[in-house]
Ligand binder design. Structure first.
Ligand code: PSU
Ligand code: MN
Length: 310
């Protein structure tokens, strides 16, 4: 059988030397954006990570090997194959590796890879959460359970309002996951800076966020933290405009009876098509913004670990 996982030499070297590493997911590439913008964005993200003094670790399953630190060619392959590669959350990992398939890891799948490699900081666009009507459908993303059990700081721009953001926050509270607003008291809603809900804590510097993560580790707490970073004002979309299009997408999903792991990619694709280039530009910019913050946190954390003799 193929090797089930591997860490690229560059990422492995950075981790042994205590250099800051930032993990990146790949479902956002295959299922979250159209080709070729998905590949351009993923490669630009890696460049931004390097410019900010960190080592990027894009995670995906390539020919059955959970790869922590994909090459540019592997990113290109995932972007081109798009939704034909398996969307890999935690539960999909044993099957795609055993069958030797290609797969793109979600937030949950990527967090598990971070645990295998010893990576503490991960940047993405938006996380999965409690879907609307999840009080009856039970459709709550495995991302939330992964945050409960895996010690990674996930930097995102909140959750899209395809989800029930209030219920998502309740689920995170139940699971013991702190939600930290970076320079904000508001829970952002991906395309907009506010969702109408508040976060638990506001921290204004990457250093304070790293200190909280470090404190959790010293306390022996299991579980991650969610850092929410609002989309920059210049790229935020009009709240009514995005609400209208999200409602259209939800209505269509309902009519077609889409459910299970298909629902999130279906809604992402619909919204993209309904709103065209404007939402894609916003999506790309908020990812860059999250990556820069994640790099700041990873650098501060590396410094804390050095001072602490770890
Ligand atoms: N939300 C987005 N963009 C995304 C995703 C969610 O705005 O790309 C992807 C992420 O990979 C996330 C996954 O982890 O969808 C959640 O899927 P599900 O709801 O099936 O758990
Ligand atoms: Mn689901």
């Amino acid at each position: 059988m193929n090797q089930v996982y591997k860490i690229s030499p560059e990422v492995a070297d950075a981790l042994t030397r205590g250099k800051p590493v930032v993990a990146l997911e790949s479902t956002i590439i295959s299922h979250g954006m159209p080709y070729p913008q998905n590949v351009q964005t993923a490669l630009t993200v890696e460049r931004i990570v390097r410019e900010n003094g960190c080592v990027p670790a894009t995670v995906a399953v390539i020919g059955g090997t959970l790869t922590i630190g994909c090459s540019s060619e592997e990113i290109e392959l995932l972007g081109k194959k798009g939704t034909s590669v398996v969307k890999v959350s935690r539960r999909d990992l044993p099957i795609v590796t055993a069958k030797g398939l290609d797969g793109a890891t979600t937030v949950a799948g990527t967090m598990y890879a971070c645990k295998l490699a010893g990576i503490s900081v991960f940047a993405t666009g938006g996380i999965g959460g409690a879907h609307r009507n999840s009080d009856t459908t039970m459709d709550i993303s495995a991302d939330l359970d992964e945050l409960q059990q895996t010690n990674v700081a996930v930097v995102c721009a909140g959750a899209k309002s395809i989800l029930d953001i209030g219920l998502t926050l309740e689920c995170l509270e139940t699971r013991g996951v702190p939600v930290i607003g970076y320079k904000t008291d508001d829970m952002p809603a991906f395309y907009t800076q506010k969702s109408g809900y508040k976060v638990d804590y506001r921290l204004d510097t990457a250093k304070e966020i790293a200190q909280a993560y470090y404190a959790a580790a010293q306390l022996g707490l299991q579980g991650g933290m969610l850092v929410v970073n609002p989309i920059p004002d210049a790229y935020a979309l009009d709240a009514d405009y995005i609400k209208e299009n999200i409602n259209k997408a939800l209505h269509e999903a309902d009519e077609l009876g889409v459910h299970g792991k298909q629902i999130t990619p279906f809604l992402l694709d619909k919204i993209q098509k309904l709103t065209g280039g404007e939402s894609l530009a916003a999506n790309i910019q908020l990812v860059y913004n999250n990556v820069r913050l994640a790099c700041g946190i990873a650098r501060e954390l590396a410094e804390l670990k050095r001072e602490g003799g770890q």
